[in-house]
Design a protein around this ligand. Structure first.
Ligand SMILES: Cc1ncc(COP(=O)(O)O)c(C=O)c1O
Length: 386
C-alpha cells in the first residue's frame, strides 16, 4: 500500500483540523463518564433517557445471557432469530402502531437495507440535504435516481415531485435532524407524498424515546398512521439506550425486507440478550414519562441560559442543542477548552456539516441535573471569551 500515500493523506486531515480520534471510555454511559482516569460531565451522548446503564436493563441483559448464551449463532433466516428477537419485534410494532416491525443490527444497516430493497434503477428518491449519511448511502446503493432538496424546503420538494416521471417515488427524511436537532414537517410531507403518489420514509432515530406521549417519536406527536408514513425506521442505541434498529410498517413491507434487504439477510443476528435488554428499556421508556418531562425542562433551561449569554443557538426544541461557531478551528478549540473544564461535547466539523456551520453538538439527557446544565453554560461562556 506504499504507493497509496496514506500517511500524506492523514497529514492533510491533521492540517485541516479534520483528523478524528477516539476517546477510550472506562465507565458506563451516563451524565458523567470516565476517560483516561478522569471524570467528565457528558454532554455528547445520545443516551437521551439515561437507559444505557439502567439497573433493570442490565439485569435483563444478564438474565438473557445466562438463558441464551452470548452469540446468536447465525443470521435470522438460518437459526439466529430467537424468541427475544421475535417478542421485541411484536412489542415495537405495538409501540409504533404499525402492523409489524423488523429488527436490524444497526441503524446504518437498516437504512442501507430498506432503501436498496424497495427502489432501484428507474425509480426516484427525494431526500432532505441534511439527512443522515446512511440514508444517502442507501440511496446510492439502490441505483435509483437521487435528488436532494435544501433542508426542510418543501416548496422545492413539491417542484421535484411535479417534475418526476418515475412511477415509484420515495421521499426520505430524518424525523429529528441529527446535527441540527430540528424536526421535519412530517405532516406536510405526508400530504405531499399522498398528493403525488409517493411513499414516505421517516428515520426517527433521534425522536423515538424522546418525543410523543409514550415516546414513540415524532409520528406519535402528530398522530401519523402507517398509511400516511408507510416506512418508519428508528434506532435502539439512542433514546432506548441499547443497540440496533428497527423498521416498522405493513405486513407486506416487513415480509419484503425479510426476503430482499441484504443487510438483514446476510448478517449474523444481534445477541438475544440485547433484545431482552431492549424489551425492558422499551417498557421503561413508555412508563416513565418523567424522563421526557425532565428532558424538556432541561432543554428550556439550557436554551434560556444560552440565549442570555448570546450563544448562536439553532431552532431546536429537542435534546440536540448545537452551538454554531463557524469554523473547524473554532469548534476544536472550544471543545478542548470545555474538556479542560471537565465537559465533554461533540465538535462537529465539515464535512459532517456544511462549511461555516461547524458547531458544538451539545446533547442533554434525563440523567443530567439542573446544576450540571448551569455549569455547562458557565463553561460555554468562558469558551466564547477564550
Ligand atoms: C438519523 C440517524 N439515522 C441512522 C443512524 C445510524 O444508526 P446506528 O448508529 O444504529 O447505526 C444515526 C446515528 O447513528 C442517525 O443519527
Amino acid at each position: 500500500m506504499k504507493r497509496w500515500g496514506l500517511p500524506a493523506r492523514l497529514d492533510d486531515l491533521k492540517r485541516q483540523q479534520l483528523y478524528r480520534t477516539r476517546q477510550v471510555v472506562s465507565s458506563p454511559q451516563g451524565a458523567r463518564v470516565v476517560i483516561d482516569g478522569e471524570s467528565f460531565n457528558n454532554f455528547s451522548s445520545n443516551d437521551y433517557l439515561g437507559l444505557a446503564n439502567h439497573p433493570e436493563v442490565i439485569v435483563a441483559f444478564q438474565k438473557a445471557a445466562s438463558e441464551y448464551g452470548v452469540g446468536s449463532g447465525s443470521a435470522h433466516l438460518i437459526c439466529g432469530h430467537s424468541s427475544e428477537h421475535h417478542a421485541l419485534e411484536e412489542e415495537l410494532a405495538e409501540f409504533t402502531g404499525r402492523e409489524r416491525a423488523l429488527v436490524f443490527s444497526t441503524g446504518y444497516m437498516a437504512n442501507m437495507g430498506v432503501i436498496s430493497a424497495l427502489v432501484t434503477k428507474g425509480d426516484e428518491i427525494l431526500q432532505d440535504k441534511l439527512n443522515h449519511a446512511s440514508l444517502i448511502d442507501g440511496a446510492r446503493l439502490s441505483g435509483a435516481g437521487l435528488k436532494r432538496y435544501s433542508h426542510n424546503d418543501l416548496e422545492r420538494l413539491q417542484q421535484l415531485l411535479h417534475q418526476s416521471s418515475s412511477e415509484k417515488k420515495l421521499i426520505i427524511t430524518d424525523g429529528v435532524f441529527s446535527m441540527d436537532g430540528d424536526e421535519a414537517d412530517v405532516k406536510r410531507l405526508a400530504s405531499l407524498a399522498a398528493e403525488h403518489g409517493a411513499a414516505l420514509m421517516v428515520d426517527d432515530a433521534h425522536g423515538v424515546g424522546v418525543l410523543g406521549e409514550t415516546g414513540a417519536g415524532l409520528l406519535e406527536t402528530y398522530g401519523l398512521t402507517q398509511q400516511q408514513v408507510p416506512i418508519l425506521m428508528a434506532t435502539l442505541g439512542k433514546g432506548l439506550g441499547t443497540a440496533g434498529a428497527f423498521v416498522a410498517g405493513s405486513e407486506a413491507l416487513i415480509e419484503t425486507l425479510i426476503q430482499r434487504a441484504r443487510t438483514y439477510v446476510f448478517t449474523t443476528a444481534m445477541p438475544p440478550a440485547i433484545m431482552a435488554a431492549t424489551r425492558v428499556s422499551l417498557k421503561l421508556c413508555q412508563q416513565e414519562s418523567w424522563r421526557r418531562e425532565k428532558l424538556e425542562s432541561l432543554v428550556s433551561r439550557f436554551r434560556q441560559g444560552a440565549h442570555q449569554l448570546g450563544l448562536n443557538l439553532m431552532p431546536s426544541q429537542t435534546p440536540i442543542q448545537p452551538v454554531v461557531l463557524g469554523s473547524n478551528e473554532a469548534v476544536v478549540s472550544a471543545a478542548s477548552f470545555l474538556k479542560a473544564k471537565g465537559f465533554l461535547v461533540g465538535a462537529i466539523r465539515h464535512p459532517t456539516v456544511a462549511k461555516s456551520s461547524e458547531r458544538l453538538r451539545i446533547t442533554l439527557s434525563a440523567t443530567h441535573t439542573e446544576s450540571q446544565v448551569d455549569s455547562l453554560l458557565a463553561a460555554l461562556d468562558g469558551a466564547m471569551r477564550d
